[in-house]
Write a protein that binds this ligand. Structure first.
Ligand SMILES: [Zn+2]
Length: 217
């Protein structure tokens, strides 16, 4: 878990409305907060990338139960939202953060990240996040990454990819390869970083060669 202090996921909450409502659980009038929660991948607690869909809910300030926003329109009709979406880290956001860590590690393997590498990371992360990732945000993420810390990135990405399908792992490895080749042939240090990170994703050297061959066609 401490790994995610550096790269992880958290919801960014925005209060849309406050007031009083009839809480179905308290069975009385209570103060509420209507909240919009958007999962973000973060680096060092700086929320960087929006990931997936945000969610809106109404929370009773007394019992802290979350309800669907329709509770404000039709008292008693709403069902409590028990999925904990407002607090649990979104696994997808965690994976995006880990991918950001891995891509940054590859870009930094042979010295400071170039503009071409940063742009490549933004493109690849946008694919993984399913939302446009700004080049400016990537610059901040890369700046927050310690150079040469491939080992840490490998641990982060291994932990975040637990339970992910082989296609997802392969997509991340493909992104790593593309970033390593952002400026032409990858340097030996960048290639070694890709091999280590691919290993952390359980992509074997043989499989990795296959992915490289597909990309070169
Ligand atoms: Zn309540």
């Amino acid at each position: 878990m401490p790994l995610f202090l550096f790269f992880g996921a958290r919801n960014v909450r925005r209060t849309l409305q406050q007031g009083e409502f009839h809480c179905p659980r308290c069975r009385s009038v209570q103060r509420f907060e209507r909240v919009y929660a958007q999962p973000h991948a973060h680096v060092y607690f700086i929320p960087l990338f929006k990931v997936g869909q945000g969610q809106e809910y109404v929370r009773c300030e007394q019992c802290r139960t979350r309800f669907h926003p329709s509770v404000l329109g039709s008292p008693g009709a709403a069902v409590a939202d028990r999925d904990g979406s407002g607090s649990a880290a979104d696994p997808r956001a965690r994976l995006v953060a880990a991918t950001a860590a891995a891509l940054s590690a590859v870009a930094l393997a042979d010295g400071p990240a170039s503009e071409a590498e940063i742009e490549a990371i933004a493109r690849e992360l946008s694919d993984v996040a399913g939302a446009r990732v700004a080049v400016e945000d990537v610059r901040r993420a890369v700046a927050a990454t310690a150079a040469g810390d491939v080992e840490r990135a490998a641990r982060v990405v291994r932990a975040a990819a637990v339970g992910e399908r082989p296609e997802v792992r392969e997509a991340i490895v493909t992104a790593l390869l593309r970033v390593s080749a952002a400026e032409g042939d990858p340097s030996p240090a960048a290639a070694a970083a890709v091999r280590q990170l691919a290993g952390a994703l359980d992509v074997t050297p043989t499989h990795l060669r296959g992915i490289v061959a597909d990309l070169s066609v």
